[in-house]
Design a protein around this ligand. Structure first.
Ligand code: RTP
Ligand code: MG
Length: 141
């Protein structure tokens, strides 16, 4: 399987719960390396731009309001099959439907406050990584 990169966000609910380290441990235990990271408090414009694909959806305003409600932790994960591997670690969008042992099953409260974001395909991963890390310095190890 090819080495890939994916964009991960630990959302305001999980940052507020003080579980950044526990979530990072899951990435590392799964063989994913954190090759870039930054804590941010997104502006409304930054959150709207990031979720532009969902602009017409009924939940868009709630999603943006939630994403700007507190700081987020944004990281690039690298590893074999990183995009799907991260989605598997995250679990289903709705934590009530997420498999036991997934990040959302263990840390998320609702479909809105669902702990993490992860890119869903190679094309979106490239766009999302460039959105938050326009001049990505990668430290190989
Ligand atoms: P994400 O983009 O955050 O990784 O989540 P996802 O791929 O699992 O879900 P997506 O369909 O991309 O939706 C983005 C976020 O919008 C919120 N959402 N709410 N109320 C609803 O029906 C609904 N559907 C989606 C969720 O917070 C989801 O993470
Ligand atoms: Mg998505």
């Amino acid at each position: 399987m090819a080495v890939e990169r994916t964009l991960s966000i630990i959302k305001p609910d999980a940052v507020a719960k003080n579980v950044i380290g526990k979530i990072y441990q899951r990435f590392e235990d799964a063989g994913l390396k954190i090759i870039a990271a930054r804590m941010m408090h997104l502006s409304r414009a930054e959150a709207e731009g990031f979720y532009a694909v969902h602009r017409e959806r009924p939940f868009f305003k709630d999603l943006v309001d939630f994403m700007i409600s507190g700081p987020v932790m944004v990281q690039v994960l690298e590893g074999e099959g990183a995009i799907l591997k991260n989605r598997d670690l995250m679990g289903a969008t709705d934590p009530k439907k997420a498999a036991p042992g997934t990040i959302r099953a263990d840390f998320a409260d609702s479909i809105d406050a669902n702990a993490v974001h992860g890119s869903d395909a190679a094309e979106t991963a490239a766009v999302e990584i460039a959105y938050y890390f326009p001049a990505l310095n990668v430290y190989s190890r």
